[in-house]
Design a protein around this ligand. Structure first.
Ligand SMILES: NC(=O)c1ccc[n+]([C@@H]2O[C@H](COP(=O)([O-])OP(=O)(O)OC[C@H]3O[C@@H](n4cnc5c(N)ncnc54)[C@H](OP(=O)(O)O)[C@@H]3O)[C@@H](O)[C@H]2O)c1
Length: 263
């Protein structure tokens, strides 16, 4: 082994000087990720429809000495996208070099019962909206010659889950988009990867708990517990930072082993 290999530096999770944008940052995983990125040194734009929530969270981060702003964004309404990105540039001095494409909604109903409106809204948010936000961010990243996009998909996009037809199909689409983007943008300095959370305790997941599914869901997770947003921090930071510099088109599941559960 050559000395250069023995003396290899630890890879860095430091994001000082980086502008990061998190969609769906008013609650749950996105809100948590905004805090993690800020603690890693990034200037963070927290984007969501509930502007008061992201403003409040940004103010809290600023109070802790970080740089953060709240931004109004409805990913399902493309007409709001330009203004949101302009707010990021105006508020943080540049367009995002890291995008956590996290906004999402779920409809959990049997396939035969999902209405046209429900299906349209799941696709408009989780796939069409995510596509256009990623495209807008990627254009700026390509111009800058660097960037990292993290699409927050789901294990439901990798394996079928009952009652999750539109949700799972939207997330499977997002995973395919991740691979195509990675392929097309690798030569332009932009990395595109996906995170697939399993069952993470958030408002979205609470719906399943409220319906009494908690015990049967936990039984299917080899680690025998639901995840918390902070169980995802390491994987997200890896993809966002230079530590993941040779990663693009990767799909990382963080699910307590659910995808390898026994038949
Ligand atoms: N929790 C889980 O078990 C789990 C598992 C796998 C994947 N995920 C994925 O993780 C992501 C975050 O979910 P979560 O569990 O943290 O749920 P959550 O607490 O319900 O958060 C969803 C976030 O998305 C935002 N959002 C929804 N529609 C939006 C829109 N049209 N435009 C902008 N923002 C929008 C919401 O903000 P506003 O309402 O303020 O807009 C909220 O901040 C989602 O993509 C979800 O599919 C979650």
């Amino acid at each position: 082994m050559s000395p250069s290999l023995i003396n290899a530096d630890l890879q860095s999770f430091d994001l000082s000087g980086v502008v990061a944008m998190v969609t769906g940052a008013s609650s749950g995983i996105g809100l948590h990720f905004a805090g993690v990125l800020a603690r890693a040194g990034a200037s963070v734009a927290l984007a969501a429809r509930r502007k008061e929530k992201v403003d409040e969270a940004a103010a809290e981060l600023c109070g802790q000495g970080h740089r953060a702003i709240g931004v109004a964004l409805d990913v399902g309404k493309p007409e709001t996208h330009a203004a949101a990105f302009a707010s990021v540039a105006a508020g943080l001095g540049g367009l995002p070099q890291v995008l956590v494409n996290n906004a999402g909604i779920i409809v959990s109903k049997p396939f035969l019962e999902q209405t046209e409106e429900e299906v349209a809204s799941v696709f408009a948010t989780n796939l069409f909206g995510a596509f256009l936000v990623a495209q807008r961010a990627a254009r700026a990243m390509v111009e800058a010659g660097r960037g990292s996009i993290i699409n927050v998909a789901s294990t439901a996009g990798l394996r079928p889950g009952g009652t999750l037809a539109s949700y799972g199909a939207s997330k499977a689409g997002l995973l395919h988009l991740t691979r195509v983007m990675a392929l097309e943008l690798a030569g332009k300095g932009v990395r595109v990867n996906a995170l697939c959370p399993g069952n993470i305790e958030t408002d979205m997941h609470q719906v399943f708990v409220d319906r009494g599914y908690a015990d049967s869901l936990v039984k299917r997770i080899p680690q025998r517990r639901f995840g918390r947003a902070d169980d995802l921090s390491g994987a997200m930071l890896l993809l966002a930072s230079d530590a993941g510099r040779y990663m693009t088109g990767s799909i990382i599941a963080v699910d307590g082993g659910q995808l390898v559960s026994s038949l």
